[in-house]
Each structure stands twice: as structure tokens, then as C-alpha cells.
Design a protein around this ligand. Structure first.
Ligand code: PLP
Ligand code: COI
Length: 357
């Protein structure tokens, strides 16, 4: 499928882009273009295009607005020193988008077309990729039901889009441990639910817990397994790892209620390459607490595309606190290695990079 390219009539000037890239923040500025592909039950995917970024005209009865039939992805484009631009494991994002789409009764998008949409957008908006430490152009592919119909069934009209947003540290400012609120009132996912899908409703459902977290001075929420007492699942938008003093890396196993992070699977691979033992299994808060007290658990970190690898500080569980393990050596060096691969300063041993422009 060929992409039609419709250039922005008044793109931002080099000066304007420069001032945005000087302090990109997270998710507040958007590049000049968007990639779009439409789908109908009759025609399948059609009319691939890159067009000026701007508001979308949507029928008020569009089913996404009522029943949240939507999925999304999160990935990044990294600037290398020779000016080329790469993304990281896009086939994995394509596969996960389709897994989420199946769960939400949306159409699957061919991997080649998914990757082409990223290439076309990034080629149009090459100037928008920041190059500072930990910075990248965040890419947000998403798919949603546009059919105007209030009956509850899978929509017959769908749109897929990609938008791009220059990004620095997700948590703002310098990298430092994030304080975590343990959610006791709300769960994120349950067996048979949508926890394994990257769909907007999971995030909408997490916001009230995120508000509680903020009221208690915490930046993220830790969700627990609703079936197994005190078993750790994941943060609102990141997977969790613990590091032990005898060279093990612990992370909750994928049970169908956790999002399978591409950063998570990359960290597991990099840790194994270093000879660390990786245990994917049930981890309870009691084990975490005891481990920190005894010195067996020396580090804790969160990981995801937006957060990269971010150290976890103190855990606030009602009146109880699990002490911060600070920013440990393993956390820092895994972060440096992963960012190094992504930005082209460390060898890409696993063939994870894909050139976009
Ligand atoms: N868990 C949740 C709930 C997420 O939203 C994300 C972010 O995409 C992750 C984990 C990490 O996934 P990834 O490493 O693929 O970005
Ligand atoms: C990501 O890491 O890409 C995410 O989607 C997490 C959050 C910003 C929703």
C-alpha cells in the first residue's frame, strides 16, 4: 500500500522546533504530521496517508466515545550520531498491537504496514527527534472505532493513526527514584479481563488510584494481583524488577493480567547475557519488604518505553513503608546499556534496531 503524503501547509519553523526540543517534557508537544490508515469491514485497510497534525472530525455516536473500543502502542525513535533515526523492536510492537486488537475485537494490521506508517511519519518529521540523554521522539500508534452506532458490537469502521511527541524523562527533570503508592482500593486487571491488552480503559481505570498516589506524594501506583494476596503485578504504565545481592533479577510472571512489556523482555535478555539469573514468578510485597530489610533485595526498578529504566524509591502501603533501595548499580548499568543500544553507542547484538530514516 502506498502512502499519500500531504505536507503541512505551515509547519513549525526550525527555531520553533529547536525551542520545543530544548525541554521536551513528556507528551505535551506534537510534531507537524500524523500517519493515518482507514479500515472498513467491506474494504479492509485502505487510504494510507501522512497528513498535517490536527483535530479529528468524529461523529458524536462513534463507538470509541461510548464503549472504548480502542488499542494503542508506545515506542520511540532515537537519533544516532550520524543523523540517522532508528526505532527499537517494532515487530514486537506490531505483534502486541495485534494481540490487543484481537482482545478488543478490532481488525489486525499487517506488520509491514505498521512499520511503514512509522517510517513515513518519521521521514516527514525528521527534525522533531531530540538527541539529549534519555530523549527520543515518542511514537504513539493507536486504533479506534469510528462507526456511528450505539448498539454494542464490534465496529465496522475503524481508524489507525500514529502521532509523534518529543520526549525527555517521563517523570520530569533529572532521573531519580520514584515513590510508589500501593493500591489497596483498586485493582487494574483480573483473569479474563483486559490487563494484557494495551487499551485505553485500563488506564482510565487506573486514574483514581493515580490520584490517591499523588495525594500521598507518590508518582506511580503499584497494582496487586486480585487473587493472590499481596502478589505484585505492575505499575500503571511500567513493569517491575527487583535485584538481589546474589545476582538474581526477579519480575512478576506473565499471568495474563500484566502487560508484556517490550522493555521487560529486553531487560530479561540483557540480564541473561550478563550471566544474571532471571526469575519470572509470583513476588509478594512481604518478600519485597523482608528482602529490603535483610539486604537480600538491593535494588528495585520500573521499566517501560516511556520510563526507560527508572529506579523505584520508597513504597507507601497505607501506614506501612517499604524503604527505598535508591539507584543501584545494576539498575544504572542496565539503563545505560539499553539506552546505548537504542541510541547506537552500544553494539546491537540482538538485531533490535530498525532504521526509520
Ligand atoms: N505495563 C503497562 C501497563 C504499560 O502501559 C507499559 C507501557 O507501555 C508497560 C508495562 C511497559 O511496556 P513497554 O516496555 O513495551 O513499553
Ligand atoms: C509507554 O511506556 O509507552 C506507555 O504507554 C506508558 C504510559 C505513558 C501509558
Amino acid at each position: 500500500m502506498q502512502f499519500e503524503i500531504v505536507d503541512h501547509p505551515a509547519p513549525r519553523s526550525a527555531e520553533q522546533i529547536k525551542s520545543i526540543l530544548a525541554d521536551p517534557g513528556f507528551g505535551t508537544n506534537f510534531s507537524d504530521h500524523t500517519a493515518v490508515i482507514d479500515w472498513t469491514e467491506q474494504r479492509g485497510w485502505h487510504h494510507a496517508r501522512v497528513e498535517p497534525y490536527g483535530p479529528i472530525a468524529l461523529d458524536p455516536a462513534a463507538s470509541v466515545l461510548h464503549y472504548s473500543q480502542e488499542v494503542f502502542e508506545g515506542m520511540k525513535a532515537y537519533l544516532h550520531s550520524d543523523g540517522s533515526i532508528y526505532t527499537f523492536r517494532p515487530e514486537a510492537n506490531a505483534a502486541r498491537l495485534n494481540k490487543s486488537a484481537r482482545r478488543m475485537a478490532l481488525p489486525e494490521l499487517d506488520e509491514q504496514l505498521f512499520i511503514a506508517s512509522l517510517e513515513q511519519l518519521v521521514r516527514a518529521d525528521k527534525a522533531w527527534v531530540p538527541g539529549g540523554e534519555g530523549e527520543a521522539l515518542y511514537l504513539r500508534p493507536f486504533m479506534f472505532a469510528t462507526e456511528a452506532f450505539l448498539g454494542v458490537r464490534a465496529a465496522k469502521e475503524v481508524t489507525y493513526r500514529v502521532i509523534a511527541s518529543p520526549a525527555g524523562n517521563y517523570f520530569g527533570g533529572e532521573l531519580k527514584p520514584v515513590r510508589i503508592w500501593v493500591s489497596r482500593d483498586y485493582v487494574r486487571a483480573a483473569p479474563g479481563g483486559t490487563g494484557e491488552a494495551k487499551t485505553g480503559g485500563n488506564y482510565a481505570g487506573s486514574l483514581i488510584a493515580q490520584q490517591q498516589a499523588a495525594e500521598h506524594g507518590c508518582q506511580q501506583v503499584l497494582f496487586l494481583d486480585p487473587l493472590h494476596e499481596n502478589a505484585v503485578e505492575e505499575l500503571g504504565g511500567m513493569n517491575v524488577f527487583l535485584v538481589t545481592n546474589d545476582g538474581r533479577l526477579l519480575t512478576p510472571e506473565l499471568t495474563g493480567t500484566i502487560l508484556e512489556g517490550i522493555t521487560r523482555s529486553s531487560v530479561i535478555q540483557l540480564a541473561k547475557d550478563r550471566g544474571l539469573t532471571v526469575e519470572e514468578r509470583r513476588i509478594t510485597l512481604d518478600e519485597w519488604d523482608r528482602g529490603v530489610r535483610s539486604g537480600e533485595i538491593t535494588e528495585a526498578f520500573a521499566c517501560g518505553t516511556a520510563a526507560v529504566i527508572t529506579p523505584i524509591g520508597e513504597l507507601v502501603d497505607g501506614d506501612h513503608r517499604i524503604a527505598s533501595t535508591g539507584t543501584g548499580e545494576v539498575t544504572q548499568s542496565l539503563r545505560d546499556e539499553l539506552l546505548g543500544i537504542q541510541t547506537g553507542t552500544v553494539e546491537d547484538r540482538h538485531g533490535w534496531l530498525h532504521r526509520l530514516a
